[in-house]
Design a protein around this ligand. Structure first.
Ligand code: ATP
Ligand code: ZN
Length: 286
């Protein structure tokens, strides 16, 4: 039977949609919805397993799944012996310590002797040890933010993205401990045939990631302004220059990060650039 790469993704949650989207951008679609536990791809030798995110690191470590997409925070919390193959750039968040907003917090040492509620006892335990703090960790598996209000703890350690949940629970962030994003993880002892499929997948994933946030920009420029305009282009190697039919004008093509493009637009126009076209890029293979 043909070998298939088993990919574990979160069944339903913050990572699910983006994980499927990334695979789709790699031209790998799956035949069924997450209502089933497993799905097959007809376009690529891969099989999808839909799991709770907390189960993904362990399944990959045991080789039940070959690779998985999960938050770095969950990988670190489970202390598994796996490889982090690639950071995927989505589901970015921070894990922070927060205390009631009226507390006059002077620094991590103020946590000595306190109780801290969290769903991440391993990550928190390591941090406290590093900081030489002796505090009690109270494990809660959800709604950690209410712990101080109900006198379960004096502080919490949890995921913070915008801080609005903290605020609505009367808390304030006092320490950033670590940050997280979705990562692609793999087992350490993958058989050679699976590894060959993984290599194919990684070429596609890296090409998709390399194109994120980048635009293909074309513009007409006065030929005698090419050098000046090249200096404005942020960090690009060598733009493509072609002659236009109209004497004294050239077409310049380059790849730019979209955010940087907006920063230099006025300067480009000031240097004489016209008819600027901005197009999406699907993939970049370096
Ligand atoms: P499951 O039911 O699979 O156990 P869960 O409730 O534990 O799901 P989610 O809330 O879906 O997990 O979050 C999954 C991951 O998304 C987290 O482990 C974290 O890496 C990331 N994440 C969580 N909250 C945020 C946030 N507010 N902003 C950005 N990323 C987040
Ligand atoms: Zn979970």
């Amino acid at each position: 039977m043909e070998q298939k790469l088993r990919i574990a993704i979160q069944k339903s949650g913050r990572l699910s949609e983006k994980s499927l989207e990334l695979l789709k951008e790699c031209a790998i679609g799956f035949n069924s919805s997450y209502l089933q536990l497993k799905a097959q791809s007809s376009e690529f030798p891969a099989e999808l397993l839909y799991l709770r995110d907390d189960d993904i690191p362990g399944y990959v470590e045991k080789g039940i799944a070959d690779i998985g997409i999960v938050g770095l925070n969950v990988v670190e919390e489970h202390e598994v012996d796996i490889e982090i193959i690639e950071r995927l750039g989505f589901a970015k968040c921070k894990l922070c310590i927060a205390v009631p907003k009226e507390v006059d917090f002077k620094g991590p040492q103020d946590l000595n002797g306190q109780t801290i509620a969290t769903s991440y006892p391993v990550i928190l335990g390591k941090y406290l040890k590093e900081q030489n703090i002796s505090a009690d960790i109270h494990l809660i598996n959800g709604s950690v933010e209410i712990a101080p209000a109900i006198n379960l703890a004096q502080a919490i350690f949890d995921i913070v993205s915008t801080g609005s949940t903290l605020m609505s629970n009367g808390l304030k962030k006092v320490e950033d401990v670590t940050s997280s994003e979705a990562v692609l993880i793999g087992g350490k002892n993958m058989p050679a045939d699976k590894k060959a499929i993984l290599n194919q997948l990684m070429i596609r994933i890296r090409a998709v990631l390399a194109a994120k946030g980048k635009k293909y920009v074309l513009m007409n420029v006065p030929t005698d302004k090419i050098e000046e305009i090249k200096q404005l282009l942020p960090g690009e190697k060598s733009p493509t220059i072609m002659n236009l039919a109209q004497e004294g004008w050239s077409s310049l093509h380059t790849v730019v990060e979209e955010t940087k493009f907006w920063d230099i637009l006025e300067q480009l126009k000031g240097a004489g650039a016209e008819n600027i076209l901005v197009s999406p890029i699907e993939k970049i293979i370096l």
